[in-house]
Design a protein around this ligand. Sequence first.
Ligand code: KG4
Ligand code: ZN
Length: 335
Amino acid sequence: MAALGLAIDTTFDDTSVAIVRGANTVLANLTISQFEDHKAFGGVVPERASRRHLEVIHPLIDRALAEAELSYRDLDWVAASNRPGLLGAILVGLSVAKSLSYALDIPLIGINHIEAHPYAGMIEHDDVTFPLINLVVAGGHTLLIHQRGHGDWTVVGRSVDDAAGECADKVARIFGLPMPGGKAIDDIAMVTAAGDYDFPRPLLNQDNLDFSFSGLKTAMKRFHDAHFSPEGNIAKEPVLAAFFESVCDVLVAKTLRAADRYGVGTITVSGGLAASRRLRRRFADAAAQTDLRLIHPRAALCTDNAAMVGCLASYYYAAGRRDTLDLRAVPNISD
Ligand code: KG4
Ligand code: ZN
């Protein structure tokens, strides 16, 4: 039977633990969000995040084992995301993983959280064939990744400034919407037709695979200040729906361009913003007009979770990859 593993992700503000058997069976996948803990501060407070991870991680692992009806002794390997993210937050999950590796004498596997995001889509599909283009639209990163096999990938497009999720969060804040902003804007875009506004579609017509969302954010701030400050006489919903169409247009077009340029047959879409129902529809419509296979995990697996970490770690475990106890926590994606 396939090996049993425990995967831990504490890279940012969610404490997540999963127990997997092989790459495609998730026996437990539990996440504790710190959303309410940081709400009053208007953003994630790193020290607070580390402390909170530390408070909940052990009981969460116990709960996951109980849910899977397993004990520590049943585990064959342990994995933790060791990059990128908040240093103190990563260290909590990584230190727990190292202690378990040492105490149980089982292999430790370090995982790149961004590399793991597309694996959310591979949990339920064991027939994904390489090469792929992965669009990862996480809060702090918008990346196009050309993947040739497990562990064999190159970033071929990235945001040169704000990520799409970050831009959506900032625009939501400007317009007084609740956090997470991507979800609030998606809720509006699902029920409101985009107004006839011509917001920028940054870098859309440039022949590259990079993104830039800070100009769009500035355009939205200017529009807001011109029409809604202190209060508006036009409805903000069609404005925000039009904004989100700009974001979707760019994400879809650049992903298809990457697929074409690298000659792949499959694209995946993952990361928190991929939980958007509007973006899902736009990608489904676009893929239907091509021969491309689209892998788009369900919403709960788009946002941060340890099951995706476990899925990737299972492939690495099977391939013999092992890390040592001096594995470092690395905050930056490019280090
Ligand atoms: O991947 P993620 O959960 O965290 C990071 O690793 O950064 O992504 C967070 C992003 C935020 O921009 C948030 O607004 C967006 O994902 N988000 C959503 C939804 N839930 C979170 N966007 C659209 N629809 C959602 N349901
Ligand atoms: Zn993430």
